[in-house]
Design a protein around this ligand. Structure first.
Ligand SMILES: [Zn+2]
Length: 98
């Protein structure tokens, strides 16, 4: 699955270690936290289609949090850039009519 609108939390990776892996539609795992019971990666329950709980969990891992902030900023800049070129296009279009 590589939908372009996927949350940046799934892309967080440091030194080849991905922070989150999707286990199923309703479950993810944190590859950094160790589950006290299974001694394996910690499982995190997901509300379907909602990664808020993962965004909250990232704050437990400051170095990944920093990466998330950078990704979010890049995404915001991309949206801004797309909007900017659209504005330019619209302005150009308007000029033809004036
Ligand atoms: Zn964790």
């Amino acid at each position: 699955m590589s939908r372009s609108n996927e949350s940046p939390v799934w892309k967080l990776e440091i030194n080849g270690i991905k922070l989150f892996t999707k286990v199923s539609a309703t479950e993810a795992q944190c590859n950094v936290c160790v589950d006290a019971v299974t001694n394996g990666p910690k499982k995190i329950k997901l509300t379907t289609g909602n990664t808020k709980v993962l965004h909250d969990h990232v704050s437990k891992h400051p170095e990944y949090k920093k990466q998330l902030d950078v990704l979010k900023m890049q995404e915001a800049n991309q949206v801004k850039a797309q909007k900017g070129s659209l504005d330019k296009f619209l302005t150009k279009g308007n000029l033809q009519f004036s």
